[in-house]
Design a binder for this molecule. Structure first.
Ligand SMILES: Nc1nc2c(ncn2[C@@H]2O[C@H](COP(=O)(O)OP(=O)(O)O)[C@@H](O)[C@H]2O)c(=O)[nH]1
Ligand SMILES: [Mg+2]
Length: 320
């Protein structure tokens, strides 16, 4: 399977529900109103909010259409769609690009995000991709707070037959990281994936802990952490995005892994991530299995989100 068709086959359901919803509701709005009048633009804004593009982005899109459409009467759905497509494409074309993979002996990658977002699962999925490419990896179980978190990563490590550095539950996450960095250097590891906590003991501040871990990584390995991947659950919508801001500011997130896009109609959140967090989406999670992780391609996404009706039938007809 080519990368392109793999992307489509894995994400189309999540994206297409969004797309179909948008089009159906826009159709209704146009029937009720005339041209780009306020009724239609307000409906548009509502539809976009429901698709989770975010308040700022929905407002900006409606404003852009207000400017472009003016009070032109008689505009139909096709015209409304064409203008919307152009505006969405403009956002996507300005999407931040993921940084190039650094050519370093050891790349250190942190996975951060709230509990339940999919950090541990994504750590395993990313490790599996590296193993498939023949690169030695090491996992660090730095979520020492949540009960069972270490064991969960250990189960994945056993299954994937990759080494893991762990301490006991409640241990200092920075100490786990320190040991993992030393082990990675000693073993000639190519990529070290650090699974972090979504929450700490109430007295301890998670953001401070993550900042400390960043300092330790930088001290031990030049340029580390090379990536800080913010793992976001697509089904939490805009609430998730609010929390995400803290991780961007305090934990220095460099990119987003958007999980649980399977069966969710929340594909619009990608636009909000671009516009409101200014981070690239690097992977999307489309299931719980280890190969349910797909590299994200903004151009393919734009196509999937905006393809016209004829394409819908083809996508609906295909089994996901
Ligand atoms: N459907 C689906 N479930 C996922 C995905 N990623 C993670 N999960 C599930 O979400 C739950 C929480 O994941 P976990 O990795 O433990 O989250 P963490 O608390 O951030 O480490 C688990 O049941 C995972 O199997 C995904 O892309 N799709
Ligand atoms: Mg976890």
């Amino acid at each position: 399977m080519t990368g392109k068709s793999a992307f489509f086959s894995k994400v189309r359901r999540g994206l297409f529900m969004t797309h179909t919803e948008i089009l159906e509701k826009l159709g209704d709005a146009v029937k009720k109103g005339f041209g780009f009048d306020e009724t239609v633009l307000e409906s548009l804004e509502e539809v976009l909010l429901e698709a989770d593009v975010g308040a700022e982005t929905a407002g900006a899109l409606a404003d852009a259409m207000r400017r472009r459409g003016g009070s032109s009467s008689g505009a139909d759905l096709a015209e409304l769609k064409r203008v919307l497509v152009e505006e969405i494409e403009a956002i996507i074309s300005r999407a931040p690009r993921p940084a190039a993979v650094p050519d370093v002996p050891l790349e250190v990658i942190f996975l951060v995000g709230v509990n339940g977002s999919g950090k541990t699962t994504t750590t395993a999925k990313l490790a599996a991709r590296e193993i498939a490419a023949g690169r030695p990896v090491l996992l660090a179980a730095a979520d020492t707070f949540r009960a069972g978190a270490i064991e969960q990563l250990e189960v994945w490590a056993d299954r994937l037959e990759v080494p893991i550095v762990r301490h006991r539950e409640g241990a200092d996450p920075s100490a786990v990281l320190f040991d993992a960095l030393a082990a990675a250097k000693a073993r000639g590891t190519k990529k070290l994936f650090v699974d972090t906590a979504g929450r700490l003991h109430t007295k301890k501040n998670l953001m401070e802990e993550l900042a400390k871990m960043r300092r330790i990584a930088a001290r031990e390995v030049s340029g580390a952490p090379h990536q800080v991947l913010l793992v976001l659950d697509a089904t939490t919508g805009m609430n998730g995005l609010e929390q995400a801001r803290r991780f961007v500011e305090a934990a220095g997130a460099t990119g987003v892994v958007l999980t649980k896009l399977d069966g969710s109609a929340r594909g619009g959140i990608v636009l909000a991530i671009y516009r409101e967090l200014a981070l690239p989406v690097v992977f999307v999670g489309v299931g719980e299995a280890v190969d349910d992780l797909v590299p994200f391609d903004p151009a393919e996404y734009a196509k999937a989100l905006l393809e016209d009706g004829a394409g819908d039938e083809a996508f609906r007809g295909a089994a996901v």
